[in-house]
Design a protein around this ligand. Sequence first.
Ligand code: NAG
Ligand code: NAG
Ligand code: NAG
Ligand code: NAG
Length: 428
Amino acid sequence: MSKTHQFLQKSVNFPLSFICICFIYCGFLFSNFANARGFDSLLKQFSQLGAFRSILESRIVLNVKDYGAKGMALKTILRIIIPEGSHYLVRPISLAGPCTSKITLVISGSIVAPHNPDVWHGADTHKWLYFHGVDHLTVEGGGTIDGTGKEWWESSCKIKPKNAITFHRCNNLVVKNLKIVNGQQMHIAFTTCDGVAVSRLGVFAPGGSPNTDGIHISASTNVEVKDSTIRTGDDCISIVSNSSKVKVRNIACGPGHGISIGSLGKSGSCDQVYDVSVRGAFLSNTENGLRIKTWQGGSGFVSNVKFEDVLMENVSNPIIIDQYYCDSSKACPNKTCAINVENISYVNIKGTSASQEAINFACSDVAPCEGLYLEDVQLVSATGGITTSFCWEARGSTSGTVYPPSCYSSCSSFIKQITSSIPRLQAI
Ligand SMILES: *[C@@H]1O[C@H](CO)[C@@H](O)[C@H](O)[C@H]1NC(C)=O
Ligand SMILES: *[C@@H]1O[C@H](CO)[C@@H](O)[C@H](O)[C@H]1NC(C)=O
Ligand SMILES: *[C@@H]1O[C@H](CO)[C@@H](O)[C@H](O)[C@H]1NC(C)=O
Ligand SMILES: *[C@@H]1O[C@H](CO)[C@@H](O)[C@H](O)[C@H]1NC(C)=O
């Protein structure tokens, strides 16, 4: 990285605060160099291109506001604008910090990925748009980011697909008011970020497209996702690894696989997910509603999760905890350790279930679920008939009306049931 910086300073003589921006410029210009294979080769081409800056300026509007911080010019805000009506074909790019300024990337036009996965051969990056180590970044603008994923989906067994947009180690990040469509794989992934505010996103891919999660949150903390619509082929929102303090508000989801915590604990890994709050969601025709899934043999925990004010329409597994998650065709062996699932609340969850088993708590023999809580739950059949609950090693309590009735398996719920039936006995 430092080599690249020197190179830019010498040959282009940009002020320091522009340097990280150059990375972004470079990426957007990829389309102009048919043979550019990677980022470095692009930079080399720039060195032979005297008029580099004017080309940039004719294509991208740049506004720089220098707030004249005391001493070092660290408070500069750089705005890069992809204007409305413009279209950029962008090859895989990596945009690296640290940056000396706050950056706002305004995408009002559209950014499109090459449709052919072969373009990735030999490229350094493993993602399409990869931002890493850039703090105080804002991406907004009302435009569209199109992963052109069709050929990736068709060959998804042969080639390892890439995420469309990845933010890695980006702290104090804002992503808002954008449309992200047809991701090669996951649409937008946050990995190891602290402080993320996501709002007003529209994420769209066909219901049958494989592994196209909408918003993926991994090993990140202080994340808020709100006022967004996600219709894809996999999880609308997936929360994995060591993520905590995640707030989800006002989400429309479906088709897709619903809102998912996990999978966790794969290959014996230790995952700790806690303080997750989902309030205000409409799930329509999704394969799952609110799901927690863990592999056997992992360690760690999922705790303090609250799902609240959720409306479901024809959802196949509206409420599900699966501690026996296994995605291989043969059964995974039973293990002697498991992720602890504790203090999971479902409050005001209403709507219709496409399957009879509207509530499914398949908890671990070695680490039973503790502190499950159902309050004002009404999940009726989408096709008429009854709905039922399934419980295995699930311990918890209920309040208000709960349909289908809960089926906890523990002594603690037995005590609660006895207590709650006393008034009825007296009435007789
Ligand atoms: C999660 O955190 C725990 C405890 O700090 C650590 O042991 C584990 O390796 C972390 N897991 C991942 C996937 O980063
Ligand atoms: C409800 O969901 C089921 C299962 O996904 C599907 O087969 C059915 O067509 C859906 N019904 C409606 C009315 O969308
Ligand atoms: C694993 O445990 C579950 C639940 O106790 C049981 O139903 C299943 O048969 C077991 N599987 C194997 C392969 O032992
Ligand atoms: C679960 O809730 C109980 C009661 O509020 C609390 O004592 C316990 O510490 C919680 N467990 C976790 C893992 O936060």
